[in-house]
Design a protein around this ligand. Structure first.
Ligand code: S3P
Length: 428
């Protein structure tokens, strides 16, 4: 499906954002490992968290869905069953990587498959530590899905300094560690999203500027009854749209404000974005607030390696903000973007190229020369079937002087099923 996006005269309104995708995945996995019922409210309707629900059902967990409320009859750590067929993780890296940790830990045998994009993403980063912990994993070319996982021996604890600042890798190892007699220790130098640690109340020690995170069989797995905040990563699209458009006022209620997630908010503020944060409070283990944005005059900014894990999913849309900042902005240390649903650096290079932007692509980032009255030239943008590329190109298209087409626009349903409706709501 292609989507036509018309230039916007204004962007005004209040958006009910989709629930947080990362927390939705974890809530249903951890509720399954808790012994007893959990009730999760405001669960995401997006495709990725539903891949997780189907996989947990495949492992023998009963899960009821009623609109955005999900009830999980948790079976406890010992209760997972070997699935009858493949566990289909769809497009979701979080499902495949976190579930691999659970399956290896639980010692059930399972085969995990994914779509074309997920089957092309490296799994070596999780295969190596899980193998050290005692799992046997057969992977295509030792690296890619399908993954056949079994664990003939008890799980061994691991002392694991993270080689890359990835929350999926961190969570995978900690989840396998939950099944070990002795403590597994993951050491993190650059903080990545910490939803796993918060929702499982894991022990964390700060030493020499590093976080040491522990998990073992002795950790209780808490009931996962709470309301999931709305997704900051989805909010970022409208924060940028509001900042770059000359006639905008957008309100975004109940947005997750986890400090390991809102790097993009800090960056936009540094750029001069006129954002207001109000009604700050906690929902369960996560901080939440209402955000609003109005048209802003943006300054250039540098995004460097240490902040990349806190805005990893927002870099494509931040690059659109950079196009509207008067001067040269830079992104470096972001090579990891080449390993997402698509190679997001080269996909964004194509979007910028087609838009007629002044930019240079590097192996680990970009240099972008922006100006506040930039008008994109192109009338058609490829999404590469990647939700975040499609949505970034759509926001850019709002700034054109003629209609544009976004190709394979249905991929937005991976994280944000109501994106196109929300776009219409703001422009009408
Ligand atoms: C996620 C972690 C990030 C992020 C992904 C969701 C998670 O991946 O890009 O969209 O829920 O843990 P990495 O941790 O591999 O960078």
């Amino acid at each position: 499906m292609n989507k036509k996006v018309d230039p916007a005269n204004g962007l005004n309104g209040t958006i009910k954002l989709p629930p947080d995708k990362s927390i939705s995945h974890r809530s249903v996995m951890f509720a399954s490992l808790h012994e007893g019922q959990s009730v999760i409210r405001n669960f995401s309707a997006a495709a990725d968290p539903h891949s997780t629900i189907e996989c947990m059902r495949g492992l023998g967990v009963t899960i009821h869905e009623d609109n955005s409320t999900v009830e999980v009859e948790g079976v406890g750590r010992e209760g997972l069953q070997a699935p009858q067929g493949d566990l289909d993780c769809g497009n979701s890296g979080t499902t495949m990587r976190l579930l691999s940790g659970i399956i290896a830990g639980a010692g059930v045998s399972a085969r995990l498959v994914g779509d074309e994009s997920l089957s092309a993403r490296t799994m070596k980063r999780i295969i190596d530590p899980l193998t050290e912990m005692g799992a046997e994993i057969n992977a295509r070319e030792d690296d890619f899905a399908p993954l056949e996982i079994s664990r003939p021996r008890p799980i061994k604890p691991l002392h694991f300094p993270l080689p890359i600042p990835s929350a999926q890798l961190k969570s995978c190892v900690l989840l396998a560690g939950l099944f070990g007699n002795e403590q597994t220790e993951v050491i993190e130098t650059l903080s990545s999203r910490d939803h796993t640690e918060r929702l499982l109340s894991l022990t964390i020690e700060e030493k020499d500027g590093q976080k040491h995170i522990y998990s073992s069989q002795k950790d209780d797995i808490p009931e996962q009854t709470y309301r999931i905040p709305n997704d900051f990563s989805a909010a970022a699209f409208w924060l940028v749209a509001g900042a770059i458009h000359s006639n905008a006022e957008i309100t975004l209620p109940n947005v997750g404000m986890n400090p390991t997630r809102f790097g993009a908010l800090d960056i936009l503020k540094r750029m001069g974005a006129d954002v207001t944060v109000s009604n700050e409070h906690d929902e369960g283990a996560e901080p939440v607030a209402d955000l609003s944005i109005v048209s802003s005059a943006l300054q250039p900014v540098n995004i460097t390696e240490e902040i990349v894990p806190n805005c990893i999913d927002e870099i494509p849309i931040l690059m659109i903000a950079m196009l509207y900042a008067d001067g040269v902005s830079r992104v470096s240390g972001a090579e990891e973007l080449r390993h997402k649903e698509t190679d997001r650096l080269s996909a964004m290079a194509e979007v910028l190229e087609r838009a007629g932007a002044d930019f240079t692509e590097h192996e680990d980032g970009f240099e972008i020369k922006g100006n506040h009255d930039f008008v994109p030239e192109s009338t058609s943008f490829k999404s590469y079937h990647d939700h975040r590329i499609a949505m970034s190109a759509a926001i850019l298209s709002l700034m054109g002087d003629q209609s544009s087409q976004i190709l394979h626009a249905e991929c937005t349903a991976i994280s944000y099923p109501s994106f196109w409706d929300d776009l219409l709501l703001l422009t009408n």
